[in-house]
Design a protein around this ligand. Sequence first.
Ligand code: FES
Length: 107
Amino acid sequence: MPKITYVAPDGTESTVDVAVGLSVMDGSVRNNLPGIVAECGGGCSCATCHVHVDAEWQKQFDEASDEELELLEFTDAFCAQSRLSCQLIVNEQCDGMRLTVPEGNDS
Ligand code: FES
């Protein structure tokens, strides 16, 4: 099972197993990690699952939809690495991935 490291807004790192087919958001919520609120439960309508994914890992996922980009643009910590983690489906190649949860998902 792929291991993914989540870096919380306070810098705390947690490495957890996330099953293939789950979303990166699911991996955080199911392990009770801080920072990803996921208010809409994965419906791509809240942006409280915002993460920063390094370019080398972004290629593991489909490109962001227009809907996702529109939501991300309104987040405080929007940048080129921004994605909504509920839209990122884990595959075997995600093993070792490290991503950062920015401040602001709970505001
Ligand atoms: S959980 Fe709401 S947009 Fe991802």
